[in-house]
Design a protein around this ligand. Structure first.
Ligand code: AMP
Length: 192
């Protein structure tokens, strides 16, 4: 069985979630979003949801130990045996090391970097906040999340480049246009 382990990374609002589903479908792996897991728990009023709600609403990162535990559990589920597409995790160097420790051999086969301009994504997020009424999407929080990305997550780009697994794709454009770019770049990288 070919195991395909992927990550999509990029600034909040670059359209990762939408593209994640498409990539996951193409490679027959589950899309695993830590943000979605947290939001579902907040919505369901679980103990986890109660623990993370204020942190997420402030645009901060949930503590690594808690996040790592959740991902470790999720990756042990049967549907992830053939691989996975991670969206929103790992988000800092600590989490990269934690993921490395969860998996035998190479933790990731490829990392798709969805490149997007900060002003562009802030505008996109404000529009989405208006439509969906997301609690974490006030302008101040949106900007803070961009800063957190720049400080904690963006440095991972260099790390994945050094590992030779980074695939950069221009995230500007229509959904299908960007999806096609990703499909071409990713299959070139993976050879499948
Ligand atoms: P996202 O939908 O990926 O933008 O995630 C929404 C929020 O969930 C983030 O702003 C964080 O507060 C939290 N979150 C999601 N993934 C992680 C992670 N890997 N580590 C810490 N916090 C996370």
């Amino acid at each position: 069985m070919t195991v395909t382990r992927l990550l999509i990374i990029g600034p909040p609002g670059a359209g990762k979630g939408t593209q994640a589903s498409k990539i996951a479908e193409a490679y027959g792996v589950p899309a695993i979003s830590t943000g979605d897991i947290f939001r579902a728990n907040i919505k369901g009023g679980t103990e986890l949801g109660q623990r993370v709600q204020a942190i997420i609403e402030a645009g901060e990162l949930v503590p690594d130990t808690l996040t790592n535990e959740i991902v470790q559990d999720r990756l042990q589920q049967e549907d992830a045996a053939g691989g996975f597409l991670l969206d929103g995790y790992p988000r800092n160097v600590e989490q990269v090391h934690a993921l490395d420790g969860m998996i035998e051999g190479d933790a990731l086969d490829a990392v798709v970097l969805l490149e997007a301009d900060t002003d562009e994504v802030v505008a996109r997020l404000l529009k989405r906040a208006e439509i969906e009424g997301r609690a974490d999407d006030t302008e101040e929080v949106i900007r803070h999340r961009q800063d957190v990305y720049a400080e904690q997550t963006a440095p991972l780009i260099e790390l994945f480049t050094e590992r030779g697994i980074l695939v950069s794709v221009d995230g500007l454009g229509g959904i299908d246009e960007v999806a096609e770019r990703i499909a071409v770049a990713l299959s070139a990288k993976l050879g499948r």
